[in-house]
Write a protein that binds this ligand. Structure first.
Ligand SMILES: C[S@@+](CC[C@H](N)C(=O)[O-])C[C@H]1O[C@@H](n2cnc3c(N)ncnc32)[C@H](O)[C@@H]1O
Length: 245
């Protein structure tokens, strides 16, 4: 499915901007990941763009994970994908508490003789934005991510303080009152990306796009984090092509 057709079908469905969706779609077409994993699907908008790109490629699968409560979202991911006639590309999974339990089961399923064989080529973490939850999600996803694969985090600069300013006291099951002041004030995803991902010996090509999306590739290499803007999208795609060979 072409991007414009996907964008028309997904118009009005949160939570992804058209600009980010275009980048995600182009990334899938360029990197051609065989197995994609999305942690946090909400209404299935970003899943829809991923499936549209897989459809354009004619191959690939998406596993998309959220909590049980997402059955009550309007629309549900199932409604979104079936309206686009792309449901055949996606395995939708729900967990009572967290995608980390799904990841635990995946690590278990991929383990033989004490060794976990990676399965995914692309992991998109777009869920809790919490140090403890997504910090663990990174290490679990790393066990499942193939060499050369990419990991993407949304909400690089999001802070619990932003939610408090909007009158919220809990988000994604986390009671903000139970967090320390400095955890509330600090972007947790940025901390995960800078302290866990970029410092990890197996990750490089770390790029933060438009201060919101953080990408890293599972290849050993330089540890610098490059910040890119909309106007530098062309060079980003060039970098992807170069790093993919
Ligand atoms: C911003 S929305 C995802 C948006 C979606 N990726 C898109 O761009 O269309 C975040 C989602 O993550 C889910 N979520 C948050 N924490 C989670 C966790 N620990 N386990 C599973 N899902 C989680 C929420 O239920 C919510 O649906």
């Amino acid at each position: 499915m072409k991007f414009a057709e996907a964008a028309a079908a997904l118009k009005g469905i949160p939570h992804i901007s058209r600009h980010s969706a275009q980048i995600l779609y182009d990334f899938i077409l360029t990197a051609r990941p065989a197995n994609c994993l999305e942690l946090g699907f909400a209404h299935g908008a970003s899943s829809g763009y991923i499936c549209a790109a897989l459809d354009e490629l004619g191959s690939g699968r998406l596993t998309s994970v959220d909590i049980e409560a997402s059955r009550n979202f309007e629309p549900t991911i199932e409604e979104t994908l079936s309206r686009m006639q792309l449901a055949q590309y996606a395995d939708v999974r729900r967990e009572k508490n967290s995608y980390n339990w799904f990841l635990k089961k995946q690590v278990e399923a991929q383990t033989r003789d004490g060794h976990c064989t990676p399965y995914y080529d692309f992991v998109f973490i777009d869920g809790s934005k919490n140090w403890t939850i997504d910090g663990l999600a990174f290490f679990l996803a790393d066990k499942l991510l193939r060499e050369g694969g990419w990991i993407l985090f949304d909400d690089y600069e999001w802070r619990y303080a932003d939610a408090v300013e909007r009158g919220k006291h809990a988000t994604d099951g986390v009671s903000i009152r139970e967090l320390s002041e400095d955890q509330v004030d600090e972007p947790n995803v940025k901390a995960i990306f800078e302290l866990l991902v970029a410092q990890h010996p197996n990750y490089s090509n770390c790029q933060v796009q438009d201060r919101s999306w953080a990408w890293a590739q599972k290849v050993a290499g330089p540890k610098e984090i490059v910040h890119t803007r909309k106007s530098r999208l062309a060079s980003r795609l060039g970098r992807w092509k170069a790093s993919l060979g």
